[in-house]
Design a protein around this ligand. Structure first.
Ligand code: NAD
Length: 481
């Protein structure tokens, strides 16, 4: 079937033609059985499982350096868990649901149901920070829902993308699952296609353009975006636990994860204790920086320059910078120490924009209500974290903020919940994947009405010419409603 595989860096017309072929294959296929869906999901699992060694190599090449433990956790095991969860539950999810009938027709055998039908061909545009997670985690719901897929990995993951094209062609017919590779021009052509649904993972700024482009064909969107995930440390929090949990999160992927704790709000009197404990624990995990295989590199020189510029801007504006570790003068890699940027002025870019790298802002507070006011005045974050043993305060924080997801006394672990939808709200995104809600997102929820054995409308005098009696009956019914 290689005749219909896509070339590298295809033109918009070639992507459109391939999408047409996939849609035609979808239509010819008819209803997609549970067996077919599970087979596709199983082949994804096999693809990841049997190629895990090579996956670690190509992703590390794309980053400059990334430990195989990071890749196995994030880009192999996490998507496998999501795919297996879908395999286990797809029979249940697919079942039509009986819904309440319509009175008085239900008295004569009429009934209603909800059917989950596949939408058709779904496009998935991913990012570089978890290049396979960003394709295969949504794919679990996309395939479970019976769709076909065209994926476009990030142009910043060229080796992974090249490998993925080859691997997918070994496990899938190109009309079931195809991979599109290329630079920004291809990404733009891809996201402008008339997909039956598009999943875009990326920044809020680019998502605005994606949404404008999707409007052309009214393509439904799932937008998985980012933002400044705030971490609120209450006065009742155990600081050892706070430091350990935040450090464990921050240790992942060089800080390049969408739900990374970005800004920590700390009671003013506890800042020195926090910095000292954080430094000790961080340096125990990462005693060296340059050449340390446990540290994931910043993905490109451009990203590194942008990060350094943000930190320098904050320093010049009066923020205190604590650098946890040292880069060797002769270092040739892009591994970085973690920078704690304490109380940067509000106008600095590090205080306003998502960091997405090895730096974390620390903001001190006197009154936690001011923290909530501040968070609520910003765009809605993808994740929010609260630490503390005060149940009342915890409920207050949960009830008076809104974010895509939340962890209480932990960070980031909610992303691993396969049974709970994952997604943003407001500027951090729309739509979800994972769990039954993810399955529903990639299905069309089709209402079906089955007529009963008798239609009472003629007998009840409900048909024209309308009588005064019917008019009065309806007027009385409205009054009594
Ligand atoms: P980005 O928005 O710069 O780019 C995302 C992708 O969009 C890239 O592949 C890029 O080539 C493409 N692109 C850029 N301009 C485009 C356009 N006009 N039309 C079509 N495609 C275009 O983001 P990034 O730097 O790749 O990733 C980092 C961002 O992604 C962060 O904001 C992070 O929080 C977010 N993210 C979110 C999640 C999530 O699940 N919510 C996961 C990972 C990353």
């Amino acid at each position: 079937m290689t005749v219909c595989a896509l070339p590298a860096s295809p033109h918009a017309d070639q992507i459109a033609a391939h999408l047409q072929l996939q849609r035609q294959a979808f239509l010819s296929e008819g209803p997609v059985s549970a067996a077919v869906r599970k087979d596709r999901l199983i082949r994804c699992v096999e693809l990841l499982k049997h190629n895990s060694g090579r996956i670690c190599e190509v992703i590390s090449d794309d980053f400059g350096a990334r430990h195989p433990v990071s890749t196995l956790m994030m880009d192999v095991q996490a998507p496998i868990a999501a795919l297996k969860y879908a395999i286990k539950h797809v029979d249940q999810w697919m079942k039509p649901q009986r819904r309440s009938g319509l009175f008085p027709f239900n008295l004569f055998g009429a009934r209603a149901e909800l059917r989950y039908q596949p939408k058709g061909v779904v496009g998935i545009a991913g990012t570089w920070n978890g290049p396979l997670f960003m394709v295969f985690a949504p794919l679990a719901g996309v395939f479970a829902a019976g769709n076909r897929v065209m994926a476009k990995p990030s142009d910043l993951s060229p080796r992974t993308s090249e490998w993925l094209v080859e691997a997918v062609s070994q496990y899938f017919d190109p009309l079931e699952f195809s991979v599109v590779t290329g630079g920004l021009d291809v990404a733009q052509s891809f996201t402008r296609q008339a997909f039956d649904h598009l999943v875009f993972t990326g920044s809020t700024g680019v998502a605005r353009q994606i949404m404008r482009d999707a409007a052309e064909h009214l393509v439904p969107l799932t937008l998985e975006l980012g933002g400044k995930s705030p971490t609120i440390v209450g006065r009742s929090a155990d600081l050892d636990l706070v430091v350990e949990k935040i450090a464990m999160g921050r240790a992942q992927n060089g800080g390049q994860i969408c739900v990374m704790p970005d800004t920590v709000y700390l009671p003013r009197e506890r800042v020195e204790e926090f910095v000292s404990k954080f430094r000790t624990l961080w340096l125990a995990m990462f005693p060296t920086v340059s050449g340390n295989p446990d540290i994931t590199s910043v993905v490109s020189d451009r990203h590194l320059q942008r990060l350094n510029a943000k930190i320098e801007e904050a320093r010049l504006a009066g923020a205190r910078i604590e650098t946890l570790g040292q880069v060797d003068a002769l270092a040739t890699d892009r591994r970085c120490p973690l920078h704690l940027v304490i109380n940067p002025p509000a106008q600095t870019s590090i205080a306003r924009e998502e960091i997405f790298g090895p730096a974390m802002v620390v903001v001190t507070y006197d009154d936690i209500h001011e923290v909530l006011d501040k968070i609520n005045s910003y765009e809605r974050p993808l994740a929010l974290y609260y630490f503390g043993r005060d149940r009342q305060e915890q409920e207050h924080v949960l009830g008076n903020t809104l974010s895509g997801g939340v962890c209480v006394n932990d960070v980031m672990l909610h992303v691993g919940l396969n049974d709970v939808p994952f997604g943003g709200v407001g500027a951090s995104g729309m739509g979800v994947y994972n769990g039954p809600e993810g399955f529903a997102q990639f299905s069309h929820l089709r209402g079906v009405y089955h007529a009963g054995w008798w239609d009472p409308r003629r007998k009840l005098g409900l048909l024209p010419p309308y009588s005064n009696k019917l008019l009065q009956l309806l007027q009385n019914t409205v009054k009594r409603s």
